[in-house]
Design a protein around this ligand. Structure first.
Ligand SMILES: [Zn+2]
Length: 251
């Protein structure tokens, strides 16, 4: 009897030992993510300058006032690609490339405020932390799937695990983008800014992206423009009673 009673215990240990690699991978992935986040924050700090655009600065102040962050400001990240980004520690950056295009009259300050409102959405909704946790879990899950499938389909297993992981990440980041868009629409309305600026800059970036070898970075990490535009239009109509379509066309 004693022998039988001991068996579940041994099995428990064996299961724990089997899970150990997954726990280690999870921990390692977290460390890798933290490291790259730290490098990004350092790069943003050392390669950025104060925002020298009074009109944009004023719009950011209004966004900040609407979320009880009166000191909200942005800095210029001195790189050419067109991008707006929120660093995981809550700072906001617009790239020199984006501002250059604004100087040449392509983007209005309202449109840049729309990009910033979207980035604020990522911060407010905790997307950075969630992505980190999901990415680490995914690395562990990937190895688990490979280990499970190794017996049946050794090489195909790796392929299947990568495919599943990729699909999951894509779904997840799409959901984040739609959430950040909705947050931005609400915030722009609350700050008394023009929410349809979101639609205009999306369309402009899309036009710039087609034909160019490398499309605007901000767009590449985001879902299809048409889908986003439709959702934002619906929200604007719901929250303001205005049909936003007509206004996009006239801009
Ligand atoms: Zn985004």
């Amino acid at each position: 009897m004693e022998i039988y009673r001991a068996r579940p215990h041994i099995h428990g240990m064996a299961t724990l030992l089997k899970l150990l690699p997954l726990v280690l991978i999870f921990g390692y992935a977290l460390a890798v993510w933290r490291g790259s986040r730290w490098r990004l924050e350092k790069e943003l700090s050392s390669n950025s300058t104060p925002l020298d655009d009074a009109e944009v600065a004023e719009k950011i102040k209004r966004l900040g006032a609407a979320v009880d962050l009166p000191a909200l400001s942005a800095r210029i990240y001195e790189i050419e690609p067109i991008n707006g980004l929120a660093s995981p520690d809550g700072r906001i950056f617009i790239t020199r490339g984006l501002l250059n295009w604004r100087r040449s009259g392509l983007f209005t300050s309202d449109e840049i405020a729309a990009v910033i409102a979207h980035e604020l959405g990522h911060i407010a909704l905790g997307h950075h932390q969630r992505r980190m946790a999901v990415w680490a879990a995914q690395n562990a899950a990937r190895v688990a799937i490979i280990m499970l499938l190794a017996r049946f389909v050794p090489i195909l297993g790796v392929f299947i695990a990568n495919l599943l992981g990729g699909l999951f990440t894509a779904q997840m980041s799409q959901a984040d983008e739609f959430e950040a868009d909705a947050y931005a629409t609400a915030l722009l309305i609350r700050a008394g800014l023009d929410p349809s600026a979101q639609l205009r800059i999306l369309r402009k970036l899309e036009r710039m992206g087609t034909g160019a070898a490398a499309g605007p970075a901000w767009l590449m990490s985001h879902p299809a423009t048409d889908k986003r535009v439709r959702r934002i239009e619906d929200l604007i109509e719901k929250w303001t009673g205005d049909a936003a379509e007509a206004r996009t066309d006239s801009a």
